[in-house]
Design a protein around this ligand. Structure first.
Ligand code: SF4
Length: 196
């Protein structure tokens, strides 16, 4: 008999109360893309624009990601894009809702949904964009991005490739560092392509 949904096993993202992030967000932002694609990209959490649109990677970081995908020769329609955390965590600075890094307990709570996506999409390769995504994908709260950059690892029969989050590249103060971070993302996507 099918288990009845409960607080720890919500049936839909809209019903989810596994952590408190739903309280201040406009809506949950689930993954987007065709089912059963071979490549999944995982970011941290929706940003301001994603929260309003209800879609992942549609803001400035999404534009950089699209650009990196194009540079790597990957069609976004053949990729499943999601986040480790499905509600936008923010704090008000002036009139702007500014991104706030999710706490480990929130990442752990939301892994419930990422696990469901991994099961249903069953990708061959997962690109973890940034440290939060990496920790969630590896289920290791002490995983450090620097230890996995340029060193893909195999977990549960799939390859995990780690790189920067596009928002990190956008935040870098000088143009040379921004270009280097963008290139690292392109290189990671090219690496991921080799496993397909
Ligand atoms: S962030 Fe994730 S775990 Fe927390 S309420 Fe939203 S969907 Fe549920």
């Amino acid at each position: 008999m099918k288990e009845k949904p409960d607080a720890q096993h919500p049936a839909t993202l809209d019903e989810c109360r596994r952590c408190d992030l739903w309280r201040n967000a406009t809506q949950p932002v689930g993954g987007q893309g065709a089912r059963h694609v071979k490549l999944m990209l995982v970011g941290e959490q929706p940003g301001d624009q994603e929260d309003l649109a209800g879609k992942p990677f549609v803001g400035p970081a999404g534009a950089l990601l699209d650009d990196a995908l194009e540079a790597a020769g990957i069609d976004r329609r053949e990729v499943y894009v999601t986040n480790a955390v499905k509600h936008f965590k923010w704090e008000l600075r002036g009139k702007r809702r500014m991104h706030k890094t999710p706490a480990q307990k929130e990442v752990a709570a939301c892994h419930y949904w990422l696990e469901a996506e991994l099961e249903s999409v069953a990708p061959v390769v997962v690109v973890a964009l940034g440290a939060t995504a990496l920790k969630s994908v590896l289920q290791n709260s002490s995983a450090a991005l620097k230890d996995y950059m340029d060193q893909p690892v195999e977990r549960n029969g799939r390859w995990i490739v780690a790189t920067y989050h596009p928002a990190y590249a956008l935040r870098l103060p000088d143009s040379e560092a921004r270009a280097a971070a963008r290139q690292a993302i392109v290189d990671a996507l090219l690496e991921a392509k080799r496993f397909l």
